[in-house]
Structure formats: C-alpha cells, structure tokens
Design a binder for this molecule. Structure first.
Ligand SMILES: [Zn+2]
Length: 137
C-alpha cells in the first residue's frame, strides 16, 4: 500500500507515523499557547497509540536540543553570510556578541513551538513504522 505522504512530509506535517494521515496534535496551529503539546491520545484515523508509555516523549528533548543547536549554528552562519557579523581574527571572538545573542534568542522564541512539535513528531516516527490506513486497532 502506498503511503498518502512521504516519510519526511509526515514528520514535518506532524502526522501519525502509522497511517501518515491523522494529525498528532489536537490544534494544528502550533502558536496557540495553551495547546502546543496537546496531542490526541491515539490517531483519529487509524487508532495508533500516541501515548506509548510514560515518559516516551522524554527522548524528544534530545531531538529538541539538537534542533536548537542547529538553529543557533544557522543563525550564526546567516549573520556571517549577510555581513551582520564580523570576526576578530586574533581573539577568535565575534565583534558583536550581543547581535548573536539577541538574534539567536528571537529566532528561537519564534520557532520554539515548531521545534517542540517537530521533535515529538520525529521521535515517534523513529519508533513507529508505516502500517497503512486500515490498521484500526
Ligand atoms: Zn494513524
């Protein structure tokens, strides 16, 4: 059976890893503050259990951390490429450390809900295989 969307599209779209159709989160908008982490207990389409075991999403914190580090590196590279960041050769320091910190924090705050959901989605996709849409449990 052909999946309705690719593995990557399923992760990025926060879809059920089992059927790749059902939404993992109750509210699709990640910027709604009270519902950032509210997930369906099981997939509304196929019934896959999203609450696999107590503390299952603790591992998503490691994914979240890696994404946050990657984001900071991306901010540094963007600042350097667009010329907003100078490099002091003899000290190995940035000329404007406050620019780096403010840019990184603002970018992180803006993207935090997306990273939060994406890390959970990626984490469950690592452990649940595609089973098709008719795997109602
Ligand atoms: Zn499903």
């Amino acid at each position: 059976m052909k999946p309705p969307r690719s593995y990557l599209a399923s992760i990025l779209g926060n879809r059920c890893p089992s059927c790749r159709e059902g939404r993992m989160f109750k509210v699709p908008n990640p910027y709604w503050p009270r519902t950032i982490n509210q997930m369906h207990p099981s997939c509304p389409v196929c019934g896959e259990n999203f609450k696999r075991e107590p503390g299952f999403y603790f591992g998503a914190a490691y994914v979240n951390y890696a994404m946050t580090v990657a984001l900071w590196v991306a901010v540094l590279v963007a600042l350097y490429v667009f010329g907003a960041l100078g490099w002091i050769e003899f000290t190995g320091m940035f000329e404007q450390p406050d620019t780096v910190i403010v840019s990184g924090i603002v970018t992180l705050l803006v993207l935090l809900p997306l990273i939060q959901r994406l890390s959970r989605s990626l984490w469950i996709h690592l452990f649940v295989r595609f089973k098709g849409t008719k795997a109602k449990q």
